[in-house]
Design a protein around this ligand. Structure first.
Ligand SMILES: [Zn+2]
Length: 497
């Protein structure tokens, strides 16, 4: 804010002294434009006005209010406004009160505006710089925050009545409850008040975490865009605050006031999505192949151990097999055995490179902390999508039964799984036939969707094919961007829409 003001001030001075003409444009009226060079005193360069009028300068698409103090704004700005785009908030008296840089996602800008007051009106415009000149859009949107109809103290008092955390007489009260624990309690009381499952009392349960994820997502997203930094599995003061604000401003609340629909967005490697008779998964082989070509040493080892039949390298290395297959004379599983073994050899030769290449490309969050460390991290999108799927399961069952067995796995952990805890190098010596059989059960490190953080394994047999929860998953998972890998019916991959 201060920075922008300074820039504008400086701009005006330079602008006046340089004596340039204001741009002739219908889209931006002159009193809504502040134009002038920002950095340079070189007037020949800095005051040049683009010949083309700024059109259309910008458009505020929508404003989503969170409680009364916060809004997520979304807008489009013309490409010619090249840099530092964002949103400026004015009071209804026209005073610029805050600004927020925009984050670009799928050609639209998003920002979270905080610190709004209840029952007030605001105007939001977009800004950007053209040739070092800051311009504010003439297009604007009005924000009208709801009025508070219930005191915060009153809401707090209601919360304290929700869950009784006092210990039985024979148990000693702790001297101090940590701040984190207080936040968790608050989150549970809030969930209880809005009629949502909150897990076991005073315990950070999977149910609490997943429900919290839905809230975090609801308050930090707009359509396919989400402020992932704010979406984590821990109950959070800000999120508790939003719920309180909503309670303060609504006569009556339903779940829909707090939990907004999930909009699946593609994961980072969406171009490698593969849908076939095995269900849905990410084509890790193809991803590895595309990347190994960028590294000379790694590529050499691919030529030695090619693992995709449909590549020149494979056909060059095994011309006899390729010829047989092409002429239709091929029988047996020699190609499959070769590929299975070559994947293992390729991994063994390039462990470090594989660890680096086959890794999550999306932001990650921590979930289900009590699990072993390699099970603890799943991709934020996968986790959020799963939280919706899970929390909407038929309510007549104990939700705690159905936790995630495994999310993200490192290559190292995958190597241990693959080799059944014996030395990987020992296992690598076994025949192609052995590896072919093994790979039906467990993927070679670096080739598993778990390494990319988009796969989840469910732990409860009722979710497996042939059991009672499976049809529910089959019916609903796709709505949240989840696809089953049929060969392993516990294994679900988040592929987005
Ligand atoms: Zn799996």
């Amino acid at each position: 804010m201060r920075q922008i003001k300074l820039i504008i001030l400086c701009c005006i001075i330079l602008f006046i002294s340089s004596g340039c003409e204001k741009p002739d444009t219908k889209e931006l009226s002159t009193d809504q434009i502040t134009t002038a060079p920002v950095e340079s005193m070189d007037t020949s360069n800095a005051v040049e006005i683009p010949e083309k009028p700024y059109e259309p300068a910008a458009k505020i698409e929508d404003v989503k209010l969170i409680g009364y103090s916060t809004a997520i704004v979304c807008g489009i700005i013309n490409d010619s406004l090249a840099e530092e785009q964002g949103f400026a908030i004015y009071s209804d008296a026209g005073e610029l009160i805050t600004e927020s840089p925009g984050i670009l996602f799928e050609e639209k800008y998003y920002a979270k505006i905080e610190g709004l007051e209840e029952g007030s009106e605001y105007i939001v415009r977009m800004y950007g710089t053209i040739d070092n000149e800051i311009v504010f859009s003439s297009d604007y949107s009005e924000i009208k925050t709801p009025a508070v109809i219930m005191d915060k103290d009153h809401v707090e008092a209601m919360l304290d009545e929700q869950i009784d955390y006092s210990l039985p007489a024979w148990q000693e009260e702790p001297d101090e409850i940590s701040e984190e624990q207080m936040t968790i309690r608050r989150a549970q009381q809030l969930l209880c008040l809005i009629g949502q499952p909150y897990g076991k009392k005073d315990r950070f349960s999977l149910e609490l975490q997943l429900n919290q994820l839905r809230l975090e997502y609801s308050f930090n997203s707009y359509g396919r865009f989400a402020f992932w930094d704010n979406v984590d599995g821990n109950p959070d003061e800000a999120t508790n605050g939003y719920i309180i604000e909503i309670l303060q401003t609504k006569e009556e609340c339903t779940q829909d006031d707090f939990i907004f629909p999930f909009v699946p967005a593609p994961h980072a490697l969406v171009e490698y999505n593969l849908y076939n008779e095995n269900g849905g998964q990410m084509d890790a082989e193809r991803y590895i192949y595309d990347h190994l070509k960028l590294d000379e040493e790694v590529y050499k080892s691919y030529m030695e151990y090619p693992f995709i039949y449909d590549t020149d390298e494979f056909k060059e290395k095994y011309p006899d097999l390729a010829e047989k297959k092409e002429s239709g004379e091929y029988s047996g599983l020699q190609i499959e055995y070769t590929i299975a073994k070559n994947k293992v050899m390729f991994y063994q030769k390039n462990m470090e490179w594989m660890e680096e290449t086959a890794s999550p490309k999306d932001p990650t969050i921590l979930i289900a902390e009590e699990n072993q460390d390699f099970d603890a991290i799943v991709i934020v999108q996968a986790a959020v999508a799963y939280s919706y799927l899970y929390m909407e399961l038929p309510k007549d069952r104990d939700l705690e039964e159905l936790s995630i067995q495994c999310g993200y796995r490192t290559c190292d952990v995958q190597a241990t799984l693959y080799s059944k805890k014996t030395n990987f190098a020992q296992v690598a010596k076994l025949s192609g036939a052995w590896h072919y059989d093994r790979q039906v059960q467990s993927y070679v490190p670096g080739f598993s969707n778990h390494q990319f953080g988009i796969a989840l394994d469910l732990c409860n047999i009722f979710a497996f094919r042939g059991y009672n929860l499976y049809p529910y998953f089959q019916e609903n998972a796709e709505r949240y961007g989840f696809y089953n890998y049929y060969v392993e019916s516990w294994h679900w991959v988040y592929l987005g829409e």
